[in-house]
Ligand binder design. Structure first.
Ligand SMILES: Cc1ncc(COP(=O)(O)O)c(C=O)c1O
Length: 447
């Protein structure tokens, strides 16, 4: 436990002792309007550009220029197996096994592709559970999946609401809904860290409770990946998807991630081994994308077993891993920034990032309490185990104006309807001094 103090010596000492302090220099900060030091607290929206990103893209452009199509095999990072290099570093960020993750598409696309496989409603079991304050794209995605299967979204989608007068959901209330309605629920799909309130759900408990009722449990990690330490494999999560432009600093609209627990592909792997042993050629198996466990998916050539991908036959032989959900060959220029970013995460390590993040956010909460008194209300849970970097703050009566007034002073926060502004100090490039400057300016701005 850190004993926070208000004096600026505290922030300076914390910065001096910060084992991650050198990473700040690896990022490019935007210029504030009046040329002061920027305080960038919107890594929950768009993370900063790592200095290494430009070089990573340029390397691929150069290889394309120099080698043309030959760069697929002869490039410095050959493009043919390019996507394979993400498995290790990405799996370490989200607590997965390497073959359980794949980088592809963007977040909402991945949610849909995964729901094609994991939302298989029946007349009795057709409901989808999300949080009432889910990001709109998630709401649209689940409602459209329900109606795609001819269910009325109004009846099929259960939106979890906090209790009257409360901003966040209590785990016991989530579990009570699963207990009560479990037999009619096909899928539980929550935002692991809610975008609006910053609440980090008790993922392991909710996943286990969903499974106990026979539901599939998937998570949207948009605000969790690179922010909080999740253990997708150990928590037995069925599937997950996340974007990489927030805490993962891979640039606007960057290529997203997807996770499929190996138990959903293991049966397929067993059957593939048997098939290869029996056939020798590895290609004559039927084109059904389902595993022996009846898993359906949409298919494309990059999801085919690499051993037979270039045999160019008409039959789809899915690779026994998350790669099976890949449809197209990967966009190399778009993936290069993800490579630059994950290299930073590998060097920093999620446990050091989380350790600093808890202190940064705790410090911000402490100073807001001391300096902004009753003028700022915090929606985010107080317990560090139930939140990530972000605090969701309300200044009654201020509305959107607060975002602009802070921005004029060189502080980046963002505003979300109806009245919330979000501030997320991120461990890789924010300092304790940033947090202190932010709260000092906030005090002046609302004063
Ligand atoms: C929780 C959540 N879900 C979905 C999205 C949409 O992401 P994309 O536009 O990459 O599909 C976002 C974007 O911020 C998000 O925060």
């Amino acid at each position: 436990m850190v004993e926070y103090r208000e004096d600026d010596g505290f922030a300076r000492d914390m910065d001096a002792a910060d084992p991650l302090r050198s990473f700040r220099g690896e990022f490019l900060f935007p210029e504030p309007p009046r040329g002061e030091e920027p305080v960038y607290l919107t890594g929950n929206s768009l993370g900063l550009q790592p200095r290494a990103t430009r070089g990573a893209i340029e390397r691929e452009l150069e290889d394309w220029a120099r080698l043309g199509v030959d760069a697929h095999l002869k490039g410095r990072n050959p493009w043919l197996p390019y996507h394979e290099q993400f498995r290790g570093p990405m799996s370490r960020v989200v607590g997965a096994l390497p073959h359980e993750v794949v980088m592809m598409n963007s977040l909402t696309v991945n949610l849909h592709l995964l729901m094609v496989s994991f939302y298989r409603p029946t007349k009795e079991r057709f409901k989808i559970v999300i949080e009432d304050s889910a990001f709109p794209s998630d709401s649209y995605a689940v409602a459209s999946q329900a109606s795609f299967h001819a269910f009325d979204p109004a009846a099929a989608v259960i939106r979890l609401k906090p209790r009257e007068g409360e901003a966040t959901l209590r785990t016991e209330d989530v579990l009570a809904v699963l207990e009560r309605e479990g037999r009619s629920i096909a899928l539980v799909m929550l935002g692991a860290v809610n975008y609006l309130t910053g609440q980090w759900f008790e993922m392991e408990r909710i996943t286990a409770a969903g499974h106990a009722q026979g539901c599939v449990v998937g998570w949207d990690l948009a605000h969790a990946a690179g922010n909080v330490p999740v253990k997708l494999h150990d928590w037995n999560v069925d599937f997950a998807a996340w974007c990489t432009y927030k805490y993962l600093n891979s640039g606007p609209g960057a290529v997203a991630g997807a996770f499929v627990h190996e138990r959903h592909t293991a049966k397929q792997r067993d059957s593939e081994v048997a098939r290869k042993r029996n056939s020798g050629t590895g290609i004559e198996r039927g084109g059904d994308a389902a595993t022996p466990g009846e898993l359906k998916r949409f298919a494309g050539w990059w999801g085919n077993d690499p051993a037979t991908r270039f045999a160019m036959g008409p039959e789809f032989v899915p690779v026994a891993s998350a790669d099976a959900w890949q449809l197209s060959n990967p966009p190399i220029l778009a993936l290069a920034p993800v490579k630059a970013s994950l290299d930073i995460f590998d060097r920093a390590g999620m446990s050091a990032i989380r350790e600093k993040s808890v202190k940064l956010t705790g410090y911000m909460e402490y100073l807001i309490g001391k300096w902004c008194g009753g003028k700022v209300r915090c929606l985010t849970p107080r317990e560090p185990g139930q939140r990530g970097a972000q605090l969701s703050l309300v200044v009654p009566g201020a509305g959107r104006a607060i975002e602009k007034r802070l921005h004029d002073r060189g502080v980046w926060v963002d505003y979300r309807e109806p009245d919330v502004f979000r501030a997320a100090p991120t461990a890789l490039y924010n300092s304790f001094s940033d947090v202190r400057r932010f709260v000092g300016i906030l005090r002046e701005v609302i004063g």
